[in-house]
Write a protein that binds this ligand. Sequence first.
Ligand SMILES: Nc1nc2c(ncn2[C@@H]2O[C@H](COP(=O)(O)OP(=O)(O)OP(=O)(O)O)[C@@H](O)[C@H]2O)c(=O)[nH]1
Ligand SMILES: [Mg+2]
Length: 301
Amino acid sequence: MALFNYATKEITLKIVYYGPGLSGKTTNLQYLHSVLDPKRRGKLLSLSTEADRTLFFDFLPVELGKIQDFSIRFQLYTVPGQVRYNATRRLVLKGADAVVFVADSQRDKLEENIESLQNMRENLIANNLNPDDIPLVMQYNKRDLDNVMSLTELNGQLNSMGVPFFEAVAIEGRGVRETFEAIVKLLLKHVSKKHRIDVRTAEEEKVQSITAPPQEQKKVQKEKEAEPPKPALSKEVSPQVSSDGLREIMDALSGLRSSIDRLSDIMEKEALKTDEILGLLEAIKGSIDNAKTKKRWFLFG
Ligand SMILES: Nc1nc2c(ncn2[C@@H]2O[C@H](COP(=O)(O)OP(=O)(O)OP(=O)(O)O)[C@@H](O)[C@H]2O)c(=O)[nH]1
Ligand SMILES: [Mg+2]
């Protein structure tokens, strides 16, 4: 759920990339990480196997900057698409504000796409999120391959909701920005309507400025030199935490406990790269410390 810190005027929004195994979710985040202005995005944290299959999640923080006095930041996650990791998918989906469904356009992947979409609905409901209300866009990926379904067919099979859809070739970056911009716009509109905060006026300019190609980004930054964007992972201390804030922190801690339990299970079953495990554990420990000392708002899952 959207995290509001009225004391520091910060809003944190969680966007989850969902879809069947190998559809290209991690590739989307890798491309965004490579093209976004380093001042606006943090480190890409991935926990994957030797064969680059996501085991737990990928995580990328992105800073939008200020809109109407509010600093807006996004937390981008991917779920592991492999069927056996459903518990992890459900956990990662917890508290999502928006979803990008990355479908594999290949004809022989249709069943997997349908199953994953159904699984997404179930997991949203299990997390008390309304699948018919949450901002959602579809990405039809792997358009470069031969045996792909037409857009009409894909929409007929997967998009009865009639949400925005995008063609993509994520390995080349095609359609990745467009998908991200679309979900950000949809999400900001949704937040604006739900919480009666006017984040719409400057929205177009801001959304384009985070995903602008490097040259355009420089121009945007120059114009705003007087007020440089904050780093993606700001260490700012919130002076006040409301009871809602405390509840969020308690939720975060219980979410983290489940994450750690889950991680231990995975570690027992899979041979992982030690440095990746240590990196993830370090990140989890840092988050617990943060939550405990109430120094910043934090939400996992
Ligand atoms: N041809 C083609 N290959 C792609 C495209 N996007 C991703 N791939 C490849 O598909 C494979 C799987 O991509 P990932 O991004 O790891 O897929 P994922 O959805 O994260 O998979 P899981 O983590 O198992 O759920 C990789 O080898 C990618 O390079 C695309 O648009 N076209
Ligand atoms: Mg992945």
